[in-house]
Design a protein around this ligand. Sequence first.
Ligand SMILES: *Cc1c(COP(=O)(O)O)cnc(C)c1O
Length: 241
Amino acid sequence: MNRDEFLAIRLKHTLKKLERPKSSAPGLVVVSKYSPVEDVVLLHGAGHRHFGENRIDSLIQKQEALEQQEVEGVIWHFIGNIQSNKINRLLKTKGLSYIHSIDSLKLLEQLFDRAGAFVGNQLGLFLQLNTSEEQEKAGFAGYDELAAAVNFFESQGEKNKKPIFYLAGLMTMGKIRTENFELDARNSFKKLMQFKKKLERDFDLSPLKLSMGMSRDFPIALEEGTDWVRIGNAIFSEDHK
Ligand SMILES: *Cc1c(COP(=O)(O)O)cnc(C)c1O
């Protein structure tokens, strides 16, 4: 089987698995961080548009390669750590539409300070919550920290009627080292849903979106009501079952 056939089949199977009996399927961010840009081009050819990268340099390289090949319309989701000295280059990347990895109020403030560098129309920001309390994982630590970030959005909204950067929702990852990843993932996802509902109530917000679920735990995220899943290996890796 050719690579393009393989990827088209994997994409189709993954989309099928995302279907839910009672509610609409979540959006699929295809995480291309392990893959060469050729794979992005092939999936773009199969009709997919939403892709995720976790390193700023790789994102920029891939987008530049797409432009050279005149592949248009890729919608980028940034999902990784953001070093402050690379914010301007990130915001200047064509197609950047979402950042799922806003992990501190400081980063949020820095982004708004550099908003002039942004080349797109609107940028949806997800606040990342460290639901599993693992030291090495990034993210806001709890509800109060999230609430402080939402307060910051509200204060920006007062200054600017139609903000370019808007609060899209909340993101989390299941526990990395665990005896029972299914149980831990479910607990993380339930916690994110609770915090979403509490924020919507406390701040009278229109519904926030949830970004949760990766290759190994997306079926659980589906059950827990996610709006976006971020999937890499289950699409790209020939070893993935
Ligand atoms: C790599 C990555 C993913 C995708 O992981 P897979 O296990 O390959 O599906 C999703 N989210 C984030 C934040 C990642 O870094």
